[in-house]
Write a protein that binds this ligand. Structure first.
Ligand code: HEC
Length: 144
């Protein structure tokens, strides 16, 4: 059986169109608890982490087109599941894994990092975040 380029192209188009009808969970649930964070810390986290770790995801236009939408919604669901700044508390910030992820930079989500260079943290932002997290860790350990 042979397929002409034209038939493959038109079937691909049909499949692509049908893909758009698969429902995708792409909602931003309301904030449950908003952690009080210093302004600079919050703005850095918002820039680099909130798309996957908060209820304030900035859905890209591509996130509305299947199959990219499937990938985006899966990553966001899994990211929110692992850590959600919109539903967390200050205790969550003592999680050493946050520090590790921040030190790793783009290695955490290479595809996203490549896609959205504007979300990269500057050296200064990284330093400030790591310093604040260490301080937060120390303070929380002292208090009961
Ligand atoms: C493009 C989406 C995306 C972005 C942006 C993102 N993450 Fe994640 N993150 C995930 C996903 C998905 C997981 C769960 C799977 C995994 O562990 O890789 C995760 C897991 C984590 C975990 C738990 C890891 C563990 O070892 O249990 C931490 C902590 C974390 N992210 C911190 C951050 C921080 C801090 C930022 C910002 C600097 C950030 N993430 C940015 C998608 C993202």
């Amino acid at each position: 059986m042979t397929f002409s380029f034209k038939s493959i192209a038109s079937w691909s188009l049909v499949v692509l169109i049908l893909m758009q009808f698969v429902p995708v969970k792409r909602i931003n649930p309301p904030e449950v608890s908003v952690i009080q964070l210093p302004r600079l810390i919050k703005s850095s986290l918002k820039k680099a982490c909130y798309d996957c770790h908060s209820n304030e995801t900035r859905w890209d236009p591509i996130a509305y087109v299947a199959p990219a939408s499937w990938l985006a919604s899966t990553i966001v669901a899994s990211g929110r599941n692992a850590l959600n700044f919109s539903e967390g508390n200050l205790q969550d910030m003592t999680n050493n894994r946050i520090k590790k992820v921040i030190s790793e930079g783009s290695a955490h989500q290479p595809l996203y990092s490549l896609w959205k260079p504007e979300t990269h943290l500057t050296v200064k932002e990284t330093e400030t975040l790591l310093q604040w997290l260490s301080q937060c860790n120390a303070e929380t350990r002292v208090s009961p």
